[in-house]
Structures are given as C-alpha cells and as structure tokens.
Design a protein around this ligand. Structure first.
Ligand code: AMP
Ligand code: MG
Length: 329
C-alpha cells in the first residue's frame, strides 16, 4: 500500500509518498520564510499555493511512480493556521476526487508522535512536543494520547522566534539563538511552571526588555534557552514519574537544539530512563509523518474511511490530540 500525503499546517508545504512498511519513498518540502517578521498566515498560504503543484510533481518523479500507484491520500487537517490548512486540503480533495481514492484526515501532532516512535524505535514514551506553535508533554494512557502539561500561552518555538524578531535575527530564529547562546552567560529571566503547565511569554517580555536596556544578545540567548529548557525538562520528569514511563522522546522543530537534548539526557540518565530525539530531517514539519499516520489510521479503520464522503472532511484548526480516536494502538 502506498500513501500520498500533504502537510501544510504552518510554514511548510510538503508532499510525501510512504509505503505500509513505513518506508519513505520520497518526501519534498518547501518552507515559507520571511527575513524580518514571523509567519504571516496569508503570505504563507500564498507561498503554499505557488509551490504545491511543482512539489507534487517532484515527489512523484523522485519516487519514480505516478498517481495510479497510490492507494490512499492523507492530509494534515489540523491543528494549524486556517489559510495554510486550506491549501493542503484543497489539493488533497482534488486528487482524492479525481482518482477516487480514500482521503484520510490526520492530526498533525499525532503524526509528529507516530513518526517519532517509528524512527526511534521507542514503544511507549513520554513525548516532549516542542514545535513553533505547540509545546505539550504527551503520553499514551487508557486508549488515548493525553496532554499532561502544556504551554499556557505561546509555543516554545514561537517564543524563541519572537525574541529573534526583537533582536533582528530573522525567522526562524531557533538555530541562530542556539549559536549565540554558546557565547553567553546567565542572567535571571524568571521561571514559570504552574502545576504541570508552562508559560513562556512573561520570560520573553523580560528578555526583550533587558535587551533594550543593553544586556547582550549572547547572554539573553543563553539565558532564554537555559530557562525555557529547564522548565520543559522539569515538567517532563514529573510526567515520567507520574505515568511511570521509561522513555522520553523529543519531537518538533525545537528538537534540533543540542542543549535541550543534553538537558533531557541528563535528567533521564538520573532516573534510569532513556531519552530519544527525532532525527533532524524528520523533527520538523513534513508530509512523511502524515503519510505514515494516514496508513496506520486507514489499516485499522478501513470501512470507515472507504465510506467517508469528501464533503464530510474539513480542516480543524484547533484539533487537540485527546480528541483523536486512536484505532491502531
Ligand atoms: P516546527 O513548528 O516543528 O516546524 O518547528 C519550527 C520551530 O523550531 C521554529 O520556531 C524554530 O525557531 C525552531 N527551531 C529550529 N531549529 C532550532 C534550534 N536549533 N533551536 C531551537 N529552536 C529551533
Ligand atoms: Mg509541527
């Protein structure tokens, strides 16, 4: 079985072809970037509309197959930015209609979790989902993926990007902050963990304020990382203790950060657990994860998807992981 999948929830438009052994036949992506600002949803959607046909063609060319070889189509239906989500949904529905193929609507966050497990061979981890828009500590409990802790305001990636914007680093700022942090020393920015939840925006405001008062970029990048990543590590440790799990799996674009990986490694080692992170290539947004999750969903619930009408499928911008019916675990 081969699945064609489309991802367009935020800055990246991506198309992938994956088979039911979990083999990625091809995966093509193009990311909207802007030098001065963060993501502007309508601009990102225009980018996606401009690149999507070409990416689709490239994806088939690279895998040396064509649409006739496809069994199902999967699309990331949410959560995400509505204008961006629509660009993927339009293409997915058009292809499903023209080729009379089942369309599987996939939760983007669950797809991050499932590709993470596939690529790291983890069985039942506590997930640290650290993306641009989302920050959640998630684990599978009593038949569902459940959120044990999460940000009360912005996602950790967006918080880093907003700081980057304030100090003129461009978007995305995460990698540049990581570089600058190597030369910094610690200044106090506060620390906000409430129960199992996290808050990033007050600390961000304080960092921007200190920048305006002349504290160096390097010191602020270092301190922002140390503070945010300590908060994430603390909540992760408590979630692991609470649900008694022995694996931690770091997922999302922020998983590229070596300092965050290091902190989680130390914490896990101390509690005789193991930490994993998704390889760089698949830690960010891409359609391979949508394809793989689409296959899991379809195989475990064929009758439902074979009878589903395209008109009954829509984007779901605020879709939470607890709302997804997990039929494959
Ligand atoms: P995602 O939403 O999962 O695609 O992740 C995108 C986010 O990851 C953006 O906010 C980036 O700034 C952030 N990011 C990428 N690389 C790094 C890094 N090395 N350190 C921290 N954040 C990063
Ligand atoms: Mg993502």
């Amino acid at each position: 079985m081969i699945c064609l999948a489309i991802e367009s929830t935020a800055h990246t438009f991506s198309v992938a072809l994956v088979n039911d052994k979990g083999k990625i036949l091809s995966e093509i992506r193009d990311m909207y970037t802007s030098k001065e600002t963060g993501i502007i949803p309508l601009e990102a959607a225009t980018h996606h509309r401009n690149v999507r046909d070409e990416l689709l063609k490239k994806c088939f060319d690279e895998a040396k197959i064509n649409i006739k070889d496809i069994d199902i189509i999967a699309v990331a239906a949410g959560p995400g930015l509505p204008p961006c989500l629509l660009t993927g949904m339009e293409l997915a529905k058009k292809l499903a209609h023209e080729n009379k193929l089942p369309l599987i609507f996939v939760n983007h966050l669950i797809a991050h979790l499932e590709i993470g497990k596939l690529l790291t061979h983890t069985k039942d981890p506590v997930f640290i989902l650290a993306t641009g828009a989302n920050t959640q500590i998630i684990a599978f409990e009593s038949g569902k993926y459940r959120v044990f802790g999460e940000t009360l305001d912005t996602g950790i990636g967006n918080a880093l990007d907003k700081f980057g914007r304030a100090i003129n680093l461009g978007f995305p700022a995460g990698p540049k902050i990581e570089e600058l942090a190597k030369k910094g020393k610690y200044v106090d920015l506060g620390y906000v963990v409430k129960g199992m939840d996290l808050s990033f925006s007050g600390i961000l405001t304080k960092a921007i304020d200190l920048f305006k008062r002349g504290v160096s970029k390097e010191d602020l990048c270092y301190s922002l990382q140390e503070t945010y990543f300590s908060m994430l590590t603390e909540v992760t440790e408590r979630a692991m203790a609470h649900v008694n799990k022995k694996e931690a799996l770091l997922i999302g674009g922020v998983a590229a950060n070596k300092r965050l990986i290091e902190m989680l490694n130390i914490m896990c080692k101390e509690r005789k657990a193991k930490s994993f992170y998704v390889p760089l290539k698949y830690s960010g947004d891409q359609a391979a994860m949508i394809a793989y999750t689409g296959i899991l969903q379809y195989k475990s619930n064929k009758k439902y998807y074979n009878n589903l009408k395209l008109n009954d499928i829509d984007i779901n911008p605020n879709w939470r992981v607890e709302q997804v019916n997990i039929t494959w675990l």
